[in-house]
Design a protein around this ligand. Structure first.
Ligand code: ADP
Ligand code: MG
Length: 743
């Protein structure tokens, strides 16, 4: 009650917005203030040194010592002018979050003068310190990999992502050096190394296809990524009274109140002012860090919100998504709010996702998945489109593995989020274009007026005269039930979990598409024969072949329906409901082979990742089970006993007074309470024995038990608790309920 009262009477935190002159600064004026941009570096370095630097990072060579020293000096001066006292190699171990260890710029220097030794302090940051450091790597997940190698790990500056400062009170401002984290022999121990590798591979494959098409300009192709981040924000005081939220990030007990999201009154509604203040402060900090946050709005569930940036090159976008999550976490704290990134913090209302909008862009600025650029690039568009579909079809299992976790399991396969079947949605128009090409016929006329109005140049695709109309952006339905939906000029990978790093999903997507781009290129080369460039007929032949081959992955209907589950089974598409089964996809011969042959992950790296994921899965569930066990034995059952005693005392008094206690209304509650409490005790005993069993297991066995029997026992226990909640008086209930948490 105290917490609830405090939560409604909290004074808002006011944040001082920076000024330009005597007016408030605009977004663009604040943007990137704390980022050490190439421009800043250029102005700090002698021209030839800067030129050498650019040459070396462009060629993906390692920096020579003098250049690194010059850059390190420049960035230290810049950082210290902004109050930074420390630097850190900021990296992304396989924990879903980031890691950092701070080193101060303070250095001791010893000089000998006149035979006397003197030590004094200076501030310094050398090129070698900038380039690499050696954190104690033994405490990060490695999936057993490093036992076979040296146990050392290295963090190495990733020059593709700019350095930045995170500011805090004096002594806490730190220069961040975005880094990769690798083992002694270069094994990837992190999420970033594989992302950079996959970006390189994708670029090479795409450039090669473009070259076959006659493109002489494009030297690089980038995977682009825009992450729509969903999350819940709740009062921190109330949050603190829920051990389940604190320990596991989700409620393990509790039910939705009579009103939650069924009136659809939260989506795009006005944000509560405390929430708006917190999000605005987070945006301010993110602007300074060069994170281009663009949108914010209320989401479907009560207390659920979303923020999305402008898309960027994938590796930078991943860094920026992680920064967004960390910043929100810190800023929410200052506003006495708690941000929940868990995919399903509350049963019965919508969960959270991280829609990963993905496309490919050339260094000439062309989006390769944009059909509306120019009619003459439509053939190129079609080739990249069918390559993406082909990749998804052949390696859908990898994408399923990429999004699997104990927490996302509550979304996937549940009736409110993309299902455990990987499929792609294209929209009516594009489907018709591909069907027409496949069937070698004209494109059907669309009768829908909304499609006609956005079309330019007629709707007939006459393949015989080899012209393709401008493909209209499909303004029809946004299919929210597809895990992988084409949305006009990009794919939206909707099944990614809100809590996870977007890195692995992008890596595996890049990998699958790269292999298919290679296959498309080979097919085009074969088709064109000795001609310098493929003809339009050649291209259409290849598009037709790949369209037909990948057709099974395309689904336009309701992905949540039972019909789709049945249909997918008929098509032979796997429906993977649980994370341990999904992780096994990584080990499937054709998937592991793909990653190896492209040089994105070695067999060893694939295995180590698999073990880490399985182990984390079992641990996450074990932590949840233990938390639930404690809440039942220390909170719920004692409350039930106390309440039961109150009722019993009352009934005993009635009896002692010779009153008709057998007809008093308390009897019904007492009887029911007794029965449910007993059932709860039995469920919880079962849970306890499974916990003991699980604690003795390891690896796959642990994950399998956790994903099956343990999960069932937890659900069973929860349902008993939730029944008790409806019998026990509000006052006697030991934890804040959904009503207090969500409203
Ligand atoms: P929509 O309403 O179609 O989902 P938005 O403009 O709201 O589109 O974009 C959603 C997210 O997709 C944003 O983060 C946006 O920057 C991103 N996005 C847009 N175009 C691309 C692209 N070519 N590649 C990757 N992400 C993109
Ligand atoms: Mg969207």
């Amino acid at each position: 009650i105290d917490a609830t009262q405090t939560s409604v009477s909290r004074a808002g935190r006011s944040v001082e917005w920076p000024k330009t002159g005597n007016r408030l600064a605009t977004g663009s004026e604040i943007f990137g203030q704390n980022v050490f941009t190439l421009k800043t570096l250029q102005s700090a370095l002698p021209k030839p040194v800067y030129a050498r630097f650019v040459q070396q990072i462009k060629g993906r060579q390692s920096l020579d010592r003098p250049t690194a020293d010059a850059v390190a000096h420049a960035v230290r001066v810049w950082a210290q002018e902004r109050g930074a006292s420390h630097f850190t190699h900021w990296f992304q171990p396989q924990t879903g979050t980031t890691a950092e260890k701070h080193d101060s710029f303070l250095t001791l220097k010893t000089v000998f003068s006149g035979g006397i030794e003197e030590t004094y302090a200076i501030d310094a940051f050398s090129g070698s310190q900038l380039l690499q450091s050696e954190p104690d790597a033994s405490s990060f997940p490695n999936g057993g990999m490093r036992s076979t190698f040296e146990a050392r790990g290295y963090t190495i500056w990733d020059t593709t992502s700019p350095m930045f400062i995170r500011q805090g009170p004096h002594g806490t401002s730190v220069l961040y050096v975005p880094s990769v984290f690798i083992g002694y022999n270069g094994e990837a121990l992190d999420e970033k190394t594989i992302l950079l590798r996959s970006s390189e591979v994708l670029s090479n494959s795409a450039v090669r296809l473009l070259q076959v098409l006659g493109d002489r300009e494009t030297k690089r192709v980038y995977a682009t990524l825009g992450t729509e981040q969903e999350f819940f924000l709740i009062d921190r005081g109330i949050y603190n009274l829920r051990p389940d939220l604190k320990i596991t990030g989700r409620t393990l007990i509790g039910t939705v109140p009579p009103k939650h999201q069924q009136l659809e009154d939260h989506y795009f509604g006005q944000m509560p002012s405390r929430v708006l203040a917190a999000i605005a402060e987070a945006e301010l900090e993110l602007y300074k860090l060069g994170v281009p946050i663009k949108t914010r709005h209320n989401e479907v569930a009560p207390a659920q919100f979303e923020m999305a940036p402008i898309f960027e090159e994938a590796s930078v976008a991943v860094d920026h998504n992680l920064l967004t999550m960390e910043t929100l976490h810190q800023v929410a704290h200052r506003h006495n709010l708690k941000v929940l990134f868990h995919e399903k913090p509350f049963a019965g209302v919508n969960g959270s996702g991280k829609h990963c909008n993905w496309s490919m862009s050339t260094d000439q600025g062309d989006n390769l998945l944009d059909p509306t650029l120019k009619p003459e690039t439509n053939y190129r568009f079609l080739l990249f489109l069918v390559a993406t579909l082909d990749g998804l079809y052949k390696h859908g299992g990898l994408l399923r593995a990429a999004i699997a976790s104990a927490s996302n399991e509550h979304r996937l396969g549940a009736n409110e989020a993309p299902p455990g079947i990987v499929s792609a949605f294209l929209g009516e128009h594009l489907t018709e274009v591909l069907d027409a090409i496949e069937e070698n016929r004209d494109v059907r006329n669309f009768s829908q007026p909304h499609l006609q109005t956005v079309k330019v140049g007629g709707t007939v695709l006459d393949l015989k005269v080899s012209t393709l109309p401008q493909i209209a952006r499909d303004l029809t339905d946004r299919n929210r039930t597809s895990p992988f939906a084409f949305t006009g000029n990009k794919f939206e990978f909707r099944a990614v979990g809100s809590k996870q790093s977007p890195s692995l999903p992008v890596v595996l997507l890049n990998a699958a598409v790269s292999a298919s781009l290679n296959a498309v290129t080979e097919a085009l080369i074969a088709e064109k024969g000795s001609k310098p460039e493929p003809s339009i007929e050649d291209i259409l032949t290849v598009v037709r072949r790949f369209t037909a081959a990948s057709k099974l992955i395309r689904f336009e209907g309701n992905g949540y329906s039972q019909e789709w589950v049945d249909e997918a089974a008929k098509r032979g598409l796997p429906n993977i409901k649980s994370a341990p089964v999904a992780f096994k996809q990584l080990l499937e011969e054709h998937n592991a082979q793909l990653l190896q042959s492209l040089g994105i992950m070695s067999a060893e790296e694939v295995h180590s990742r698999y073990h880490i994921l399985m182990e984390k899965y079992a641990k996450d569930l074990l932590i949840e089970a233990n938390t639930l066990k404690n809440m039942v034995s220390q909170g719920v059952l004692p409350a039930a006993f106390t309440y039961r005693k109150d009722l019993a005392d009352f009934l005993a008094t009635q009896k002692a007074l010779g009153l008709d206690f057998e007809n008093s209304p308390e009897i019904g509650v007492y009887t029911k309470l007794t029965a449910v409490a007993k059932e709860l005790q039995a469920s919880s005993d079962k849970l306890n024995s499974l916990i003991s069993q699980l604690e003795k297991l390891e690896g796959d066995e642990a994950a399998e038990l956790a994903g099956t029997e343990l999960t069932v026992a937890m659900e069973d226990t929860r349902s008993k608790v939730d029944t008790l909640e409806s019998y026990i008086s509000d006052k006697a209930w030991p934890y804040p309920k959904y009503t207090e948490l969500l409203f």
